[in-house]
Structure formats: C-alpha cells, structure tokens
Design a protein around this ligand. Structure first.
Ligand SMILES: C[S@@+](CC[C@H](N)C(=O)[O-])C[C@H]1O[C@@H](n2cnc3c(N)ncnc32)[C@H](O)[C@@H]1O
Length: 381
C-alpha cells in the first residue's frame, strides 16, 4: 500500500512493540481457553502473544472501540447514559482522545491484533462516519488494501430529527479485513421476504408451491462429454451445452422438475422453499438495544452473523474493547471460545453478570467456564 496517513507523533510500530512494558501474569494451573481480562488492552494483547502463545491463533476479532466522540459514558443503576446527569452516576468509560491521537491509539492496537490473527482470521472494526474513513487508511496500512473485504453500512437507529444542518445520521460502519485470502467464510443467507418470493419466484405449481425456471443450457460447446449429447432427442442450442449430464436431466424430467414451454424449450424449476435464502449484502439493519445494560451496547444478532460467518466452532473470538460483552455472549451461544478485555470495572461487572445469567439455562455446558485476570495495575488512569 503506497498511500499512507501522515500525522504528528506517528510511531515506528516495531519500536512501539518493543517498548510495551511486560506484565507478570500468574497463569492459572489448569487454563481455560476462555479468558476475561480487566486492564489496558495494549499490555494484555502483547501478553497474549508472548506469554499465552496465541500469536496466529485467533480466528476472529470484533472490536468496537471508542469513536473519538469526546463523550463521557456513564452508568447508573440499570441505565446507561451518554452524558452524566446525576452526581451518583459511575463513569463507564471516557471517549476523549481526538484526531491523530485517536488514530495512533487504533493503529497500535490493530498492529497487535494483526499478529494475533490466524491465517484464516478476520477482523471486523466498528466505527462511525466521522472518523471511520481515516481508520480505513490505517487498516489498509496494517493489513494491506488487498485484504480489505467490505465497508459494511450498519443502520443503527430510527431516523431522528436533529437540528444540525445536513442529512440525518442513522448508520455507522463496520470495516471488514482478513489476514489472507484463505479466511474462514461460512456463506451467510438471509431468509426471503414475501416480497422477494413474489418477485423472484413468480410461478405457482398445482400444489401451491412458488417457483421460477432457469435455462437448462449454458454458453460454450463441449465436444465430448455427456453435456453435449441429445436430451430426449434435442441437441443443446448452437454454441451452448447442457448445464448437467444428460442422465441427470432425464432424472429431473421424470421427477417433474423440468417445465416445457409451448415451443418445446425445457427449463429447470427452482422452488422457493428449497432455497436457503438470499445472499447477505453490505447494508445491515441491526438496531441497538433500547435499554442497554451498558453504554453503546451493540445488537447481539449482528455479532451472531459475524461470528457464524467468519469463525467455526472451536475458533477463538477476541474482543479487546468488550464493553458489556456482546461479542462474548454471542461466542458462547454459538459454541466458540472467547477472549474479552476491558479496562472499565463497570464493563467487567456487566460481562460477569451476563455470563452468570446465561449459565443458569445451560448448567451442564462447560464452555461457559473462563479464567478471569485482574490486571488493573496496567491501567494508567
Ligand atoms: C464502545 S464500548 C464497547 C461496547 C461493546 N461492543 C458492547 O456491545 O457492549 C468500548 C469499550 O472499550 C473499553 N476501552 C476503551 N479503551 C480501552 C483500552 N485501552 N483497553 C481496554 N478497554 C478499553 C471501554 O471501557 C468500553 O467499555
């Protein structure tokens, strides 16, 4: 990547890595793969690489860092707020790093995350429209622009009537990168709506099933092979070949899966109820919870989609800005291992509570067990 962002105090990343202070972690005797850390993520990420031997072992990382919003997010009994309106509110976390300081903050962490990713690994970074385009260039630098996959537009809320001049903002973005081209990819499908079915499967058979038809032939002639032979006495049209072996076509015909037009042209029937759904596109609507357990808590169904698509059972999923632990909860419910990090005591309390609550309905499942590390000594402020 030739294009680079220039700003003051941009560090040499190898120097930066060397200068990260090591921490002494007392590892548990019998370690669980699942881990939750309370502390500063930079030091902990380096420790995951050097002390826990996890370099190249993480299949999926989702992060939702602060967005450089200059807000202080607070938290009072059962409610989370952006701006504190009561003296008794606890600060959940502050988001006060601005401009290049923020970009450098992200760059350092993304550098460490890239080391932790496996060759099949993916990173999803959640950010907003104000700073997101600069962050994209930072990610291109670290991952290589050839490993940029998508800039997903996430509809986050209903339209609002802001007084500010300009169009209302109802989206943020999720930048998706992979370490290599061999990434884990379980093609996601979303169910057809009734409107899709009407549009894509306009025909109805005698049993009331909706279907459409597609041609039985494809461009190009094959000289030998059975896809160039006669099917019920008919040659494929000039310059084309049958899509399947003639024996398969005959079998389909016997099963009533071929529709013949009035001029004798055969087409294959495709039934809507046999399709898994449609391809997922890069505009997602996942509104966040109306009554969040923690400020900026994300929609768990969005995490389910990311985790199912870009990891496998037994994969380790990492979130070093865990907040209320949405990534952790989704990992658990999709049978993945998790590593969570957060520097907010409030966040850690919410995560522990969520895991405990989830465990109640799953008492025989051991995948809820995890090691907790209190590394509050890594916190500078
Ligand atoms: C936007 S919130 C994450 C919300 C989360 N995705 C959820 O669904 O609840 C960002 C979190 O990052 C944490 N954080 C910010 N800087 C950090 C750092 N340097 N080390 C560890 N955690 C950090 C904050 O405490 C906060 O909980």
């Amino acid at each position: 990547m030739k294009i680079k962002l220039e700003y003051d105090d941009k560090k040499d990343l190898n120097e930066f890595y060397k200068n990260i202070q090591p921490i002494s972690i007392k590892k548990k005797k019998k370690q669980h793969i699942n881990k939750l850390f309370f502390g500063e993520n930079i030091t902990i990420l380096k420790s995951l690489i050097e002390d826990f031997g996890l370099e190249g072992k993480i299949d999926l990382i989702y992060i939702d860092p602060p967005f450089a919003t200059n807000n202080i997010f607070t938290f009072s009994e059962g409610r989370s707020n952006t701006i504190s309106n009561s003296k008794n509110d606890e600060v959940a976390y502050t988001d006060t790093l601005r401009e290049e300081k923020f970009l450098e903050f992200i760059r350092e962490r993304v550098f460490l995350l890239h080391k932790l990713l496996s060759d099949e690994g993916s990173l999803y970074l959640h950010i907003d429209y104000k700073i997101g385009h600069y962050v994209k260039i930072i990610l291109d630098e670290v991952f290589g622009i050839e490993h940029f996959r998508n800039d997903i537009c996430r509809i986050k809320c209903n339209p609002k009537n802001f007084k500010r001049k300009g169009y209302g903002n109802i989206k943020d973005l999720v930048l998706f990168y992979t370490k290599t081209d061999k990434m884990i990819w379980n093609e996601p499908k979303s169910p057809y709506t009734e409107r899709d079915i009407e549009k894509l499967f306009p025909k109805t058979d005698e049993d009331g099933r909706k279907y459409t038809t597609i041609p039985l032939h494809a461009p190009g002639e094959t000289k030998n092979g059975s896809s160039s032979k006669k099917f019920l006495g008919i040659d494929p049209p000039k310059g084309r070949h049958w899509r399947s072996d003639v024996k398969v076509l005959e079998e389909w015909n016997n099963q009533g899966l071929i529709e013949w037009s009035s001029n004798g042209n055969p087409r294959k029937k495709i039934y809507s109820d046999e399709q898994e759904g449609k391809r997922v596109q890069d505009i997602w609507e996942f509104k966040d919870p109306q009554y969040p357990k923690y400020p900026t808590e994300k929609n768990i169904e969005m995490l389910d989609l990311i985790i199912k698509t870009s990891s496998n059972e037994e994969s380790i999923v990492l979130d070093c800005f865990s907040g209320s632990g949405t990534t952790i909860m989704s990992s658990l419910r999709n049978n993945r291992h998790f590593i969570g990090i957060d520097k907010s005591k409030e966040a850690i309390n919410v995560i522990k509570k969520r895991i405990e609550e989830e465990k109640i309905g799953n008492i025989f499942q051991s995948n809820f067990d995890y090691d907790f590390y209190d590394l509050s000594e890594t916190l500078i402020n």
